[in-house]
Design a protein around this ligand. Structure first.
Ligand SMILES: *[C@@H]1O[C@H](CO)[C@@H](O)[C@H](O)[C@H]1NC(C)=O
Length: 426
């Protein structure tokens, strides 16, 4: 089938501006979203090249299991060489979606604004674009791309209450936040004037479109963008490529260092020192993470008062090291419970950067800090065992997220065991 994309886009834009509603031709051949549907990645790659995508010799999208796909290079790539070029016409962008659908998005976006979710509007527009191209079935110019995408997701937005029951509090909280984001999108979807209301009411379609938008788009100058084919780079703590967009909206990918043949091509999707947020948003566990948040969820107030954030409070996986701010937060917590006056002095020393005084406090009270930390580590280890036992009691055929949840809990457990050793040796 030959299809003129440029023409299709123009037709869409004029249709949207005249009718001011999202109405579509009768659909045939919707993408099969069932969990076991086969992803067709090779047709997508041919399709993209047919529309002007260019790739380096050696660039390949490959799979080890027929489910997960990843970009690799089969030839050496010197630093700074072009890896992939995706023309703007193929790119999903929040601004283009706004121009295409115009006023038809108004009510839905107003719902988001009322709920104080303005920041999500670019993502929402990409989500709507995914939904609308899905609704067009084989008529959509993007059908081959949609048909190449994963059907099943393992992230927080996809989790059920059974999943939440086997996650420790920090990961559960992150995952639940993602699920709430999805719920907000679903609510706003009711205000999309879709011609096919069955789609706006279909939970699994909305969830899929949301997951596509969240896991495959990147932020660029306040926009959300997905470039088909450039959305197959996995995350790495170390990266081989950088994605950028030029002024015309074309997507360009360059190697960020010398990459030997046979390497995966990876980008950074988030903080490489803390795997739980990536797990909640994307549904994979970054085993290359060097550290993890210390899970002191009951000390969040103390953390904030001392001016720290989650990414400061780390336990290191290989070494069992504990980041310095953890000691500050724990001591402050202990002091607040036992001696508020001394706690104030300590707070003052930390927030004013008076290292000498701060260290005096630490020396004087170290036994208490250590005891509190040991208590936390021991109880977290016990919780993790209990939670993973629940996870293992599920049937993986009906609970497909069990393996990644167990993997997450095992990563945390391994880190906490190392930290326990560190504490015991002190
Ligand atoms: C979901 O919402 C939270 C809180 O607003 C935000 O921090 C997070 O980034 C959101 N997730 C996505 C994928 O946008």
């Amino acid at each position: 089938m030959k299809f003129n994309l440029q023409l299709a886009l123009l037709t869409l834009i004029s249709a949207a501006s005249t009718a001011d509603a999202l109405s579509f031709p009768a659909t045939a051949g919707l993408v099969d979203l069932s969990d076991n549907a086969q992803r067709d990645v090779s047709t997508m790659a041919q399709w993209a090249e047919g529309y002007g995508a260019q790739k380096a010799d050696g660039f390949e999208i490959t799979s080890y299991d027929g489910q997960d796909y990843l970009a690799v290079t089969q030839q050496n790539l010197p630093a700074g060489s072009p890896v992939l070029y995706i023309p703007s016409d193929l790119v999903f962008s929040s601004n283009k979606a706004a121009a295409e659908f115009g006023g038809a998005l108004g009510e839905a976006e107003q719902q988001l604004a009322v709920a104080n979710l303005q920041d999500f509007i670019p993502l929402f527009r990409v989500f709507v674009k995914v939904l609308i191209e899905y609704e067009k079935g084989a008529e959509s110019p993007w059908f081959p791309w949609l048909n190449s995408l994963p059907r099943q997701y393992y992230n927080g937005a996809s989790m059920t209450s059974a999943c939440f029951d086997c996650l420790p509090p920090y990961a559960a909280w992150l995952a639940l936040t993602e699920r709430i984001n999805l719920t907000n999108f679903k609510k706003a979807s009711k205000f999309l004037p879709l011609s096919n209301q069955a789609i706006a009411n279909d939970d699994s379609i909305l969830t899929w479109a949301y997951n596509v938008a969240v896991t495959r788009s990147i932020e660029w100058n306040g926009e959300r963008l997905i470039a088909p084919m450039a959305d197959f780079f996995n995350h790495g703590a170390e990266t081989e490529v950088d994605i950028s967009y030029d002024a015309d909206g074309n997507c360009m990918v360059y190697s960020s260092r010398d990459v030997p043949a046979g390497s995966p091509l990876r980008v950074s999707l988030g903080d490489p020192t803390n795997p739980s947020p990536l797990f909640a948003t994307y549904g994979f566990l970054d085993e290359s993470s060097t550290a993890t948040f210390c899970k002191l969820m009951h000390m969040m107030d103390e953390m904030q008062q001392l001016g720290y954030s989650f990414s400061d409070l780390l336990f290191f996986k290989e070494t069992g090291e504990i980041s310095a701010p953890v000691y500050d937060v724990v001591l402050y917590y202990v002091l607040l419970q036992n001696d508020p006056g001394t706690a104030q002095g300590f707070l003052q020393a930390v927030t004013s950067g008076d290292e000498a005084t701060k260290n005096q406090f630490h020396e004087q009270y170290f036994a208490y800090t250590k005891e509190e930390l040991q208590k936390h580590v021991d109880s977290t280890l016990a919780d993790l065992d209990r939670l993973s036992t629940i996870a293992r009691s599920y049937d993986v055929r009906t609970h497909p997220r069990v393996p990644v949840i167990l993997q997450h809990n095992a990563f945390v457990k391994e880190t906490f065991l190392k930290v326990k050793q560190t504490l015991d040796n002190m």
